[in-house]
Design a protein around this ligand. Structure first.
Ligand code: TXA
Ligand code: MG
Length: 310
């Protein structure tokens, strides 16, 4: 704990100087900066090579700090009380008096907000008098980071500090729900939609491949290891890395397991490390066996489908 405290202090110093740093969350690592400071937010877009039109998620410590910037509604309160902090992001309306930098939302009137449950990240937010804008800590379109070392691999010396919080426990990004009108899922993620449905007791729309700009980041290639990826493969070619959902008795150098016994939570946790490992091993293509399309398996399939658009 002591070493955490001194690392949090260090992180705070960088953030107060409007620097971007890597931060751990329960989903994936974030590239964080002061969401109230234009110059800090601009650095995030440059480092990630992210189009300015693709808005960022802002991370808050608690409801009181959120209320300064956003208008809240009944659906939000119901969900917040039951499932935050955790892997869910809410789209809410910005208040006219909000201090959020216009670069965060590209001048839009809605803001994506999240309450992370990772202990160290929470500890950091508690120390700050501003919220943190933080997209996933990877270069745009590439594989997300789930360890401090992944963040270093993505940005090298371009960022000065990564707050190390170990391996991400969920390992896949948050679920995004738009609550500015009829509740609509904009991205599948770490929190199962059925939980949301149970709480709101209404049918939730799902619009994860928008033609328009509701969630711009969802319409392009994402999560790509930079080589062709094929899904639902039974027999891969010899030179292809083969991703399997459970361990096999026969061994082969090109086999990569997502879980020991077809556990989809474990598989989600291992997905990005697995893609990163394969990318760094010099394979020219990836084949993936069929992943059950249920629970986090749906999210894994969503990410793999996007990665296969390479
Ligand atoms: O788990 C997560 O959500 C991670 C951690 C670091 O919190 N963050 C993350 O951020 O995945 P990012 O930037 O990689 O993905 C955020 C997605 C993008 O697709 C973006 O287009 C969408 O959220 N988004 C952000 N603000 C939005 C808004 N106001 N309306 C609709 N979509 C928005
Ligand atoms: Mg991302």
């Amino acid at each position: 704990m002591k070493s955490n405290q001194s690392n949090i202090k260090k992180a705070k110093k960088y953030l107060n100087n409007n620097c971007c740093i890597g931060v751990p969350t329960e989903t994936v690592y974030g590239l964080a900066a002061n969401a109230y400071a234009d110059s800090a937010v601009k650095k995030i877009f440059n480092l990630k090579k992210r189009p300015k039109s693709n808005p960022l998620i802002v991370h808050y410590q608690n409801l009181d700090s959120l209320k300064r910037d956003c208008l809240i509604n009944d659906n939000f309160i119901k969900l917040y009380k039951t499932i935050s902090p955790g892997p869910i992001t809410y789209i809410l309306k910005l208040k006219k008096t909000s201090k959020i930098s216009k670069y965060v939302t590209n001048n839009q009137k809605n803001l994506a907000v999240r309450f992370p449950s990772h202990k160290i990240f929470k500890g950091l937010l508690k120390q700050l008098n501003y919220p943190l804008a933080a997209p996933s800590a990877n270069i745009t379109t590439q594989v997300s980071a789930v360890k401090a070392a992944d963040v270093k691999e993505e940005f090298g010396k371009k960022i000065k500090y990564v707050l190390d919080g170990g391996k991400c426990s969920v390992g896949i990004e948050s679920t995004i729900i738009n609550l500015t009108g009829r509740p609509t899922i904009l991205r599948l993620g770490g929190l199962d939609i059925s939980k949301i449905q149970k709480i709101l007791k209404i049918k939730i729309d799902v619009n994860i491949n928008p033609k328009k700009k509701n969630s711009p980041g969802q319409s392009h290639l994402h999560y790509s290891p930079g080589i062709p990826l094929k899904m639902n493969v039974n027999k891969p070619s010899k030179n292809s890395a083969f991703i399997l959902i459970k361990k096999r008795k026969t061994r082969s150098d090109n086999y990569y397991y997502l879980s020991t016994k077809k556990n989809l939570n474990e598989a989600a946790r291992n997905l990005y490390s697995c893609l990163r490992k394969i990318k760094n091993s010099g394979y020219k293509s990836i084949s993936v066996e069929k992943i059950p399309n249920q629970g986090l398996g749906k999210v894994i399939n969503d990410r793999l489908t996007r990665a296969s658009k390479f």
